[in-house]
Ligand binder design. Structure first.
Ligand code: ATP
Length: 487
């Protein structure tokens, strides 16, 4: 089947068979067409050519929503839950259990408990969804799919916002579902999990299928070659850098219930990692330093000069940049072009006007450097694939010339080749004497790229590790408060 958008062929000539009970992983470069293909299968979008057959019967496109009746459910990265409704209400929106059109609350609660048990969730069905953490909301999305008896469940990068432990639990649930015959289609950029959770992997390139393999018959190098069409020798490029004087100094920072007495410094030429469980306060800390949620107490100094940061504009003019973890919420202007989004934080001006030519040149430079897949840089960002949107945010902060840069889960959604390129850029920034902070929930990124790792727990600094002391166990021990760490 195929799908064209104006000026772009997103999916072309794809034929595949999905078997009951398999975990079928879809991998490939950003913009390769994975999400579009899933939307075609889930009937979220009409194909330009071709059809989907479910259980041997050809399904005509009937508009979004119809797929659920056909037995395909898709869990997007941004959940489609109604935050102010209860768990039970969310599970049964549009198909409430009950008789004769009456919704039976007790039947609904009972059915809800059963579904929640199948996804290993022990929460009160009356609880409002917005009060639940991300991992639990994701399980509710999966339970929603079970509620409509989906035979095919599509998960789009489901571990992107989960901790390692939560991801492990999700894999357990996936295994249980596949044992019941449900086919799981799973988009992923993470090599480790492709091998851990997948039965077969289909690699997409330029809208086409580059190959489908049982995971036991392909190794990591082969997979990367298939994905990016070349060898990537070093996924975590890191140079020998001199770590110099203190650049950012944070003392006794506090904010309401979120941050308590946080003190640390970041030096010139240093990449400081920030580890911690989801909710440990890493994003809150970055947002506090950046003035997005200003601290109630404490001080921030850059190069020995105390700063007064009341809002992000103050932070930017002081030389502090922050790549947010949520590109949709506060990162990108979706309707504006790639060029405008890149230069937004530091507009090239000439004689009091925005220098459009300079803007274009800058955007072109990043398009090439980061491999942003877009036919022309004036194209609105909303038309880009998720990973390419992430590259645009990254380009913006590389362009600001900031002296201290916080990168919050910067590799989320990026393909392996783009990620390697991004890490190289981070390494280059540090090499120029800037202070770089890398927040990541994926430990190999921190262990490979950082000079030092700060671990947060419950809004406090739980400890820090120098590069020579790095180990996954030590980070996890500090992050969870388990005994037996040597830090
Ligand atoms: N609504 C749209 N309008 C125009 N072009 C689109 C639209 N949605 C996707 N595209 C284009 O289709 C191509 C495939 O995008 P898709 O989102 O399927 O890629 P992907 O493989 O899922 O990428 P990623 O890994 O970055 O999520 C890209 O070139 C993208 O720009």
């Amino acid at each position: 089947m195929g799908k064209r958008f104006p000026g772009v062929v997103a999916v072309s000539g794809v034929s595949l068979r999905i078997d009951p009970g398999e975990v079928h992983v879809f991998a490939g470069e950003n913009g390769a067409g994975k999400s579009t293909l899933m939307k075609l299968i889930a009937q979220v979008e009409p194909p330009t050519s071709g059809t989907v057959a479910l259980g041997g019967r050809t399904a005509q496109y009937q508009g979004p929503g119809a797929a659920r009746k056909l037995g395909v459910a898709m869990v997007h990265q941004e959940f489609a839950l109604a935050p102010d409704l209860s768990v039970a209400e969310n599970l049964f929106i549009g198909h409430e259990p009950g008789r004769g059109g009456w919704i039976s609350r007790s039947a609904e609660r009972r059915a809800a408990r059963e579904l929640l048990a199948r996804v290993g969730l022990d929460v009160d069905p009356n609880r409002r969804v917005s009060t639940l953490p991300t991992a639990a909301q994701q399980r509710i999305e999966i339970a929603k799919a079970l509620a409509v008896q989906a035979g095919v469940l599509i998960l789009d990068e489901p571990t992107a916002s989960l901790t390692e432990r939560e991801a492990g639990e999700l894999f357990g649930i996936i295994r249980e579902l596949t044992a019941q015959g449900i086919a799981v289609l799973y988009i992923s950029h993470r090599l480790d999990e492709i091998f851990e959770v997948g039965d077969r992997v289909t690699v997409m390139r330029d809208g086409e299928v580059a190959g489908t393999h049982p995971v036991g018959e392909i190794d990591e190098t082969g997979l990367v070659r298939l994905m990016v069409g070349r060898e990537v020798d070093d996924l975590y490029p890191r140079s020998d850098r001199e770590v110099g004087r203190v650049r950012l100094q944070v003392d006794g920072l506090g904010r309401r219930e979120q941050l308590h007495d946080i003190s640390f410094e970041v030096r010139a030429g240093e990449i400081l990692g920030m580890a911690g469980l989801v909710g440990a306060g890493r994003t809150e800390l970055a947002r506090a330093v950046f003035g997005a949620e200003p601290p109630d107490s404490g001080s921030i100094a850059l190069d020995g000069r105390r700063l007064r940061i009341r809002d992000p504009a103050d932070a930017i003019s002081a030389g502090i940049g922050y790549l947010t973890e949520s590109r949709k919420a506060d990162g990108l202007a979706m309707q504006l072009g790639v060029d405008k989004n890149i230069t937004m934080a530091r507009l090239p001006m000439r004689a009091g006007l925005i220098d459009l030519r300079a803007e274009h040149r800058t955007a072109e430079r990043f398009r090439e450097r980061l491999g942003i897949r877009v036919p022309r840089v004036g194209r609105p960002v909303r038309m880009l694939s998720g990973g390419n949107q992430q590259k645009v945010v990254l380009a913006r902060w590389l362009e600001t010339g900031a002296e201290v840069l916080f990168f919050d889960e910067p590799g989320r959604g990026m393909d392996v080749g783009a990620k390697a390129e991004m890490f190289q850029q981070l390494d280059l920034l540090a090499g120029q004497g800037k202070a770089v902070v890398l927040i990541s929930s994926y430990l190999p990124e921190l262990l490979n790229m950082c000079d030092r790792i700060l671990v947060l727990r419950g809004g406090r600094i739980a400890g820090q590790l120098q590069r020579a002391e790095f180990s996954e166990e030590r980070v996890v021990a500090l992050a969870t408060g388990a005994k037996g760490n040597h830090a």
